[in-house]
Design a protein around this ligand. Structure first.
Ligand code: ZN
Length: 202
């Protein structure tokens, strides 16, 4: 059996920043974002990189779970966590949130995350007998039952974080959110609840 000490590595993929990384530590690709609502005389320079970080993180999460296998779920969940954390940071950003177009884009990105979470749960449900041996600190995870329970908890934690994010965004209320966006958030919440039920039923 292949030995994958994934959990023993703080960052198995150089593309995944550590959890405490801030938007400022990522590429300057989208340092300057021109708002579609501004004229050429009123070009706004966004002081943060939240949107670029979210777009890249969601793209990486989507591609990891579209091309990944069940045995790679620890890495896929790492991308899932990063995508959700980047949305959380953007939702907490005082530069992003006053701008309606950013809120719309954030909700679109969260819809993509929710869809990809469905794929994560489907991978977990896959009946493949393969699983990787891992080290959790000094603890050796050396049975499929241990690995499955660990992965199950990690997936449920991500779904919980997503539920909390959706609840916080909904609290912005109708003065900020348009009807379409409120509907999207409600639908996303329902889908995440459904995925949580699926995880508990497995
Ligand atoms: Zn921001």
């Amino acid at each position: 059996m292949t030995y994958y000490p994934s959990l023993a590595r703080p960052s198995q993929n150089p593309n995944i920043p550590d959890n405490d990384s801030s938007a400022a530590s990522t590429s300057s690709y989208a340092q300057t974002i021109v708002s579609p609502t501004t004229s050429s005389q009123e070009i706004l320079v966004q002081s943060c990189q939240c949107l670029a970080v979210v777009v890249f993180a969601v793209e990486e999460f989507e591609s990891s779970c579209n091309s990944g296998n069940r045995i790679e779920l620890d890495g896929i969940i790492a991308y899932q966590k990063e995508a959700i954390n980047s949305c959380r940071s953007m939702g907490d950003c005082s530069s992003c949130m006053p701008r309606r177009e950013n809120i719309m884009l954030l909700i679109l990105m969260i819809e993509k995350i929710v869809a990809a979470c469905g794929r994560v749960v489907a991978l977990y449900r896959d009946s493949s007998p393969d699983w990787p041996e891992l080290l959790l600190g000094d603890y050796e995870i050396n049975s499929s039952m241990e690995w499955e329970q660990l992965i199950r908890v990690l997936i449920l934690l991500q779904l919980k974080a997503l539920t909390e994010l959706l609840a916080d965004l909904k609290m912005m209320g109708t003065s900020v959110l348009r009807e379409r966006q409120t509907t999207s958030l409600v639908q996303a919440e329902a889908r995440v609840s459904e995925l949580e039920r699926d995880m508990h039923a497995i």
